[in-house]
Write a protein that binds this ligand. Structure first.
Ligand SMILES: Cc1cc2nc3c(=O)[nH]c(=O)nc-3n(C[C@H](O)[C@H](O)[C@H](O)COP(=O)(O)OP(=O)(O)OC[C@H]3O[C@@H](n4cnc5c(N)ncnc54)[C@H](O)[C@@H]3O)c2cc1C
Length: 476
């Protein structure tokens, strides 16, 4: 072990969140070390967002084309599976991180490869694969950005059956014949969409009543309808009670007495924080726990420890984690500069207000699901006086031009006391790029009166905004 090397800030984990944190503290004029045990770029780049969207893009492109007369007959064939997988491999740069390492070098961050563990106050010890250990000490802050991994529910036999996790599902080079997906959230729905289209026969097991339960109920209904039309089976209100594997076949017993055989099981049943082996015990925190942070992403009870991205459990999304990293970078910079007493005002520059009010999420299924802010149920549960306004997306010319027989739905949730939007949800082909208009309206708390002056172009899908405003005005 060599002497400790001192930096202003040490970042643990070089996923998208750690990278942005490093960039922002460098921009604040501080020195930074960043520690990574796998690939610089994290799960997002190699086993989550990028490969899943790379796999989905051809599926959605074909589905969209099949909804346009004149093109439909040209795209009736099956997907070119090797071509789809090769494009995915290229999008993840063949699981090599040279490009992102070059970027880190460019911002002046020092990369340490190995497992990083907090080993005391303001201190991280890195254990390299060659057995070498390096202690890093931080003058100002340690940032934990170690992400999350897939949870495996305690179903007897499940772990022994060697199920796929989200990493396997996004990186597989094989198409399983029969794929059983446990879980009906974003990962389960997206991966069911991919593998059904690539040739698997997919069965989904959903414990609750429908898919995508965190979004407005109509979203899950539209996605389920489409998955069923594509040939997938969706079993709701059931759980796996036991799993046995014989040779290449896995048999799953369900709570309703049915038993299902599959060649692969994908477990997409939630996430756990990657904090079990990062030395939390050395500073009195519970290994394996989510890290509770304030609005500047500082861990409760510490003046030097920060946590951003999946580990703080605010919103397990890359863009929200990067947003948190921008804020904590500025906060660490300000505190290092002059110990600034940071604003706790809701609109202060160093507070993650969007985590509470305006988290945006797109689920890239067919149809796409896009939501920001609160659902009606969430707004009511939070005590707001609200009205939901619904519109069929086919009410505007743009959707009819986009697809024959366009199916989709939109909802705004209006705060009746302030006449601003608390939440917006769109479900339908091509709505992903519509979402940011809603994010601006919700995050900016744009009064409904002003929204009338944001005139959507004709004939775009965005004209759904007019229909929603008209329906609100007319009391529909
Ligand atoms: C299948 C799937 C699809 C998804 N799609 C989307 C999407 O389309 N859009 C979206 O916004 N979000 C998506 N997400 C969520 C997104 O992947 C995460 O929110 C995001 O990766 C979190 O970034 P992070 O930097 O916190 O963690 P990660 O990306 O997990 O990065 C953490 C890094 O820390 C490293 N690390 C961990 N422990 C240590 C240690 N002790 N020492 C050194 N290094 C360590 C890891 O190796 C990793 O590189 C998806 C998730 C999944 C599973």
């Amino acid at each position: 072990m060599t002497d400790a090397i001192e930096y202003d800030v040490v970042v643990l984990g070089a996923g998208p969140v750690g990278e942005v944190a490093a960039d922002r503290v460098r921009a604040a004029g501080l020195s930074v070390a960043i520690v990574e045990s796998e690939l610089v770029g994290g799960d997002c780049s190699y086993w989550a967002c990028i490969p899943s969207k790379a796999l989905l893009r051809p599926v959605i492109a074909r589905a969209d084309a099949r909804r346009v007369s004149g093109v439909r007959t040209a795209v009736q064939g099956p997907l070119d599976v090797p071509g789809v997988l090769a494009r995915r491999d290229s999008q993840v740069t063949h699981w090599k991180d040279d490009g992102q390492v070059g970027w880190l070098n460019g911002i002046g961050a020092d990369l340490y490869r190995g497992q990083g563990r907090i080993s005391g106050v303001r201190q991280v010890t890195v254990s390299g694969s060659n057995g070498a250990r390096q202690v890093l000490s931080a003058r100002h802050a340690v940032v934990v950005a170690t992400g999350s991994s897939g949870a495996v529910p305690p179903v007897p036999g499940l772990a022994e059956a060697r199920p796929w996790n989200s990493r396997d599902a996004t990186s597989s080079q094989e198409v399983p014949d029969r794929l059983l997906v446990i879980g009906g959230g974003a990962v389960g729905c997206e991966m069911a969409t991919v593998w059904q289209a690539l040739g698997s026969r997919v069965t989904m097991l959903v414990r609750g009543g429908g898919l995508l339960p965190r979004m407005e109920p109509f979203v899950g209904e539209l996605v389920a309808e489409s998955l069923r039309e594509a040939g997938a089976e969706i079993r709701t209100g059931v759980e796996a009670t036991s799993v046995t594997r014989t040779g290449d076949t896995t048999t799953v017993e369900l709570s309703d007495g049915v038993s299902i055989e599959a060649d692969k099981i994908l477990v997409a049943a939630g996430r756990v924080p990657r904090t079990d082996d990062i030395g939390l015990d050395t500073i009195g925190l519970e290994p394996g726990s989510w890290l509770t942070v304030d609005d500047s992403c500082r861990v409760a009870g510490f003046d030097w420890l920060y946590a951003a991205g999946d580990v703080n459990h605010h919103a397990l999304l890359t863009h929200q984690g990067k947003y948190q990293a921008r804020i904590l970078g500025a906060a660490i910079g300000a505190r290092a500069r002059d110990g600034a007493a940071l604003s706790t005002e809701p609109w202060g520059p160093y507070t993650t207000t969007a985590d509470r009010a305006a988290v945006a999420q797109v689920v890239f299924t067919d149809p796409e699901a896009a939501a920001v802010g609160l659902s009606l149920a969430e707004a009511e549960a939070a005590g707001h006086r609200v009205r939901a306004v619904d519109q069929d997306m086919s009410s505007v010319a743009g959707t009819g031009l986009f697809a024959d027989g366009y199916r989709g739905h939109a909802r705004i949730v209006v705060d009746l006391d302030r006449e601003v939007l608390l939440g917006v949800t769109f479900a339908g082909p091509g709505v992903a790029e519509l979402l940011h208009s809603a994010t601006i309206a919700v995050a900016g708390e744009v009064p409904i009166d002003r929204l009338w002056h944001a005139v959507p172009s004709f004939p775009t899908i965005s004209e759904i905004w007019l229909r929603l405003l008209e329906a609100y005005r007319d009391g529909a």
